[in-house]
Design a protein around this ligand. Structure first.
Ligand code: DOR
Ligand code: ZN
Ligand code: ZN
Length: 421
């Protein structure tokens, strides 16, 4: 395997760095045969970790595979991704989780952590073998795509999370209140577009229930993709009370508002929906002040057929891995709300700590660590072109926008998993 010597880079804090990669790990001294990489003007950051990726394999390979999805991850600076369980079959057994992890090792673009489902078949009726899957190394459980509506099941799942040191990640959406046809934010745009509304209370009421179940059980709750000011308020209240809860915001909910739906382009249909400007402001503030812990992309590739037809019937979901950092830089750094060190926290260190993957992810670029890192250009910008993508899908909501274009090179486990040079 190639050894590297990276010169001229700076850390997130701005300090000069000399980085050596020897046999897949960072080292104090370069190997004699090291290939030289000139990183003058670039920042070197620990590789990003996405707690929320849909890789679609097995079952939906027309939309994405583990190989193409993790190639997107590498393009986005990610070295670790959590592969959501809503595949076909669902990741609801030890063997199925092992299969997803194996596909990740074969692709070798990023470390793939399988997410186990909370309930068998995502049916919301019977718990998956959480203890056995946790013993086999599964770190996180989620029925994402669906909410665990049954409070008694959610209680039991959180009890198991406390016993086995795993995370229960909830897709917070009351499916009764936001009915099956909910397609757009009720508070801002649904009525004028003639679409069925998705009311804000369908999210924060579930979060309010779940944080209290987390308190009752001492379980470890993670709230996926929070999108409203009221959800932020509930998470802030729970954290002040000492409840073990973490929360995530997506790159698209930070950058894109519900006004994008005016042309009824199905690319912008996503669940939960894009929200209005007051919610976006609350999300940015909460990410900056630590109420929201991490960026989770909710990378949700869909093939063309799923996005054809009218808005009401198209499938929800949008791509996220490749432009995740661009969105965070534009909304948080370029507005003066966060520093590069903060970005490292929300995209690398915090997700690794929350998921218990600090052995390999979320490091500090010190000798001895597995060489998972990304070189970023802090200034470069470009117009996003959805054709320049490693995804099989084209549901890229950033297409045509002029945005930061930071990712220069990604090293996963010491090898170059992406380079634009
Ligand atoms: O928009 C979404 N797409 N939200 C989800 O919760 C699921 C995801 C998917 O799997 O397509
Ligand atoms: Zn979800
Ligand atoms: Zn999702």
């Amino acid at each position: 395997m190639t050894n590297y010597r990276i010169t001229g880079a700076r850390s997130a804090a701005g300090d000069p760095l000399q980085l050596n990669i020897v046999d897949g790990r960072l080292a104090a001294e370069p190997a004699p045969d090291a290939e030289l990489i000139d990183a003058d003007g670039l920042l070197a950051l620990p590789g990003f970790v996405d707690m929320h990726t849909h890789l679609r394999e097995p079952g939906f390979e027309a939309s994405e595979t583990v190989a193409t999805g993790t190639a997107c991850a590498a393009r986005g600076g990610f070295t670790g991704v959590f592969a959501m369980a809503n595949t076909d079959p669902v990741t609801d057994s030890v063997d199925r989780a092992a299969h997803v992890a194996e596909l990740g090792r074969e692709a070798d673009n990023a470390e793939v952590f399988p997410v186990g489902s909370i309930t068998i078949g995502l049916a919301g009726e019977q718990l998956s073998p959480i203890a056995a899957m946790a013993d086999a190394g599964v770190k996180m459980f989620s029925d994402d795509g669906r909410c665990v509506m049954n409070s008694a099941l959610m209680r039991r799942a959180l009890e198991l999370s406390a016993a086995h040191q795993v995370v229960i990640a909830q897709h917070s959406q009351d499916h009764v209140l936001a009915g099956p046809d909910a397609a757009a934010d009720e508070a801002s745009v649904a009525a004028e577009l003639g679409l069925t509304g998705w009311p804000w209370a369908a999210e924060s009421t579930i979060i309010a229930r779940d944080v209290q179940l987390a308190e009752l059980t001492s379980g470890r709750l993670h709230c996926c993709h929070i999108t409203t000011a009221e959800s932020v308020d509930v998470v802030r209240w729970a954290k002040a009370r000492g409840i073990k809860v973490t929360a995530e915001v997506t790159p698209h909910h930070l950058l894109l508002g519900s006004d994008r739906l005016s042309g009824l382009d199905t690319t912008f249909k996503v669940n939960p929906p894009l929200r209005g400007s007051e919610d976006i402001e609350a999300l940015r503030e909460a990410l900056a002040d630590g109420t929201i812990d991490v960026i989770g992309t909710d990378h949700a590739p869909h093939d063309l057929s799923a996005k054809q037809g009218d808005f009401a019937h198209a499938k929800p979901g949008m791509l996220g891995l490749e432009q995740a950092l661009a969105s965070v830089v534009e909304t948080m750094i370029n507005t003066g709300r966060m520093t590069w060190a903060d970005v490292v926290r929300v995209m690398s260190t915090a997700p690794a700590q929350i998921t218990g993957t600090t052995n390999t992810q979320g490091g500090s670029l010190r000798p001895g660590e597995v060489a998972n890192l990304v070189l970023v250009d802090p200034i470069r910008r470009a117009v996003v072109d959805r054709e320049k993508s490693s995804s099989k899908a084209r549901n890229n909501p950033y297409h045509g926008l002029e945005l930061p274009d930071p990712i220069e090179m990604t090293f996963y486990s010491g090898h170059l998993s992406y380079s634009r040079r």
